[in-house]
Design a protein around this ligand. Structure first.
Ligand code: ATP
Ligand code: MG
Length: 475
């Protein structure tokens, strides 16, 4: 009964005013047809749509001329809306895609023993002063003071915080290690040039993992485990990536790799060797070097978007905060650390950048905000009789294919032609778009199914549609 109440707005309003009424409710609600309350319809989505290019440019103000493809598309279809330079509202489709990405990241991190935590964004200045990064990163930090005059920054990364957290746990034993602690949180960086939408923001989501091992050998093993988990994530997303040797920058440590999506708009310059697996950020090489340091073959240049970064830190942070554990001899020993970032919001934009055409968004299938869009006929058209068939098909799909619950959207803007709505659907990049055209009135009814990721269009009966959709993977 509670579920029914929540679904039917008429009933839930009545129940608020009269609690005893809720006890006498019938099992079936007369106000909405069975299942209907659960139909997701496009007209009710909070979705500023179909902005023209000039409207998008004006949204971004003076930054307009720096727009890249993913940023323009994301603004045009209402995935994001600028709030201030480098800060964006993430609208419902984006949040859905991001939640899927986070689920995949959780799966990969937990498969290697990761434990999810959540640390405060307000980070006290003392922590940063202890590592000198208050001075080193001063301009990049978004700093603030509380009413007592105490200074903080909004966390741009959390090496200091997590090391102090682990150090606060006394009596840790080698038997408990390794610890692989990670979080998915907002990060804040006062970027000198925020640009390209979610690719370089001042406020963005990052997955950051910090690992604590009992020996350098164990820490190196953990390092390669995390790198493998990153490879698995990008492979599952179907994104071609390069794992490149990288500079350690202000984070420090002794070994580092970047995970890069090769694409021209990328701000990183990379070299790769076509004959062996060597790849590097040019920052790590002598500027005159043209041959591969591993096999001496000629190097090829490309540009990339950095979507992930791994660092082997050693005891750089554990020695400052005294993050220690009792070793096999019962003596205190410093933890060997690693840190590992994934740019969550950046991955969304970068995936759109590499997969989309100039006019149409394409998502990694697993991240598409909705898997299926159904387009019923235009009101008053010859095919209008198929409207009900489409609604039945909708209910049939969500009942018969459990993983597609919440993944099927009905484009109920029936004042528009099918053609117009198909154009929109193509732009949004739903992996499957199903149309009730003329053939829907045949007996048996046939639906036109547009498989966006393969470019195929097939005519299928209801059973055919069900068979096809039963194979769709959802995270
Ligand atoms: P960049 O060189 O692009 O400025 P970084 O090397 O400073 O990035 P890291 O400190 O390695 O970034 O952060 C981990 C991950 O967080 C990066 O690999 C990237 O995917 C993401 N990231 C970093 N800065 C931003 C930003 N301004 N906007 C969105 N994502 C970011
Ligand atoms: Mg980096």
């Amino acid at each position: 009964m509670e579920g029914l109440l929540a679904r039917c707005r008429v009933l839930s309003r009545l129940a608020t005013h009269s609690p005893q009424l809720s006890r006498s409710f019938p099992q079936r609600c007369q106000h909405c047809a069975p299942g209907r309350g659960q139909r997701l319809v496009l007209s009710r989505m909070f979705q500023p749509q179909n902005l023209r290019e000039d409207q998008v440019l004006s949204l971004e103000g003076k930054l307009g001329n720096l727009i890249c493809k993913s940023q323009r598309l994301m603004l045009q279809v209402g995935l994001i809306l600028p709030a201030s330079p480098g800060c964006y509202h993430l609208l419902p489709y984006t949040v859905r895609a991001m939640e899927k990405l986070v689920r995949m990241i959780d799966q990969e991190m937990q498969a290697i023993g990761g434990q999810k935590i959540n640390m405060p964004s307000l980070s006290p200045a003392e922590l940063w002063q202890a590592t000198s990064r208050w001075q080193v990163m001063y301009k990049e930090l978004l700093r603030l003071r509380d009413r007592h005059g105490k200074e903080y920054c909004l966390g741009p990364t959390h090496e200091e915080a997590v090391t102090a957290l682990v150090a606060s746990q006394k009596n840790l034993s080698y038997k408990q290690l390794p610890f692989l602690l990670y979080q998915v949180t907002r990060k804040f960086r006062d970027e000198p040039r925020p640009r390209f939408g979610l690719l370089r923001g001042r406020e963005f989501y990052m997955k950051d993992m910090y690992t604590f091992d009992s020996s350098p050998e164990a820490a190196r093993q953990t390092y390669s485990l995390v790198c493998d988990a990153y490879c698995s994530l990008f492979n599952r997303l179907g994104l071609r990536f390069i794992k490149a040797q990288a500079d350690v920058g202000s984070i420090g440590g002794t070994m580092s790799h970047e995970f890069q999506l090769p694409v021209d708009v990328g701000e990183d310059r990379l070299v790769t060797c076509p004959s062996c697996s060597f790849s590097a950020n040019v920052e790590t090489l002598d500027s005159l070097q043209t041959n591969c340091p591993a096999c001496q073959g000629p190097l090829t240049k490309t540009k990339g978007i950095e979507v992930g970064h791994t660092f082997y830190l050693g005891t750089k942070y554990s020695s400052i905060f005294n993050a220690q554990f009792a070793n096999t001899h019962g003596e205190l020993s410093l933890a060997e650390m690693g840190c590992y970032g994934l740019g969550v919001t950046r991955i969304l934009a970068a995936a759109i950048e590499v997969l989309s055409t100039e006019d149409c968004i394409r998502w990694p299938s697993l991240l598409a905000p909705f898997q299926v869009c159904l387009i019923p006929p235009k009101k008053g058209s010859k095919e209008a009789a198929a409207t009900e068939l489409m609604e039945h098909l909708h209910d049939h799909i969500v009942e018969g294919v459990p993983q597609l619950q919440g993944e099927v959207l009905l484009d109920d803007r029936t004042h528009l032609t099918i053609g117009n709505r198909l154009k929109d659907a193509n732009r949004f990049g739903y992996p499957f778009v199903i149309i009730a055209g003329k053939r829907a009135l045949e007996d048996p009814a046939h639906f036109e199914v547009w498989c966006q990721n393969t470019g195929e269009v097939v005519l299928l009966s209801k059973e055919g549609v069900m068979e096809l959709l039963a194979q769709v993977q959802v995270v």
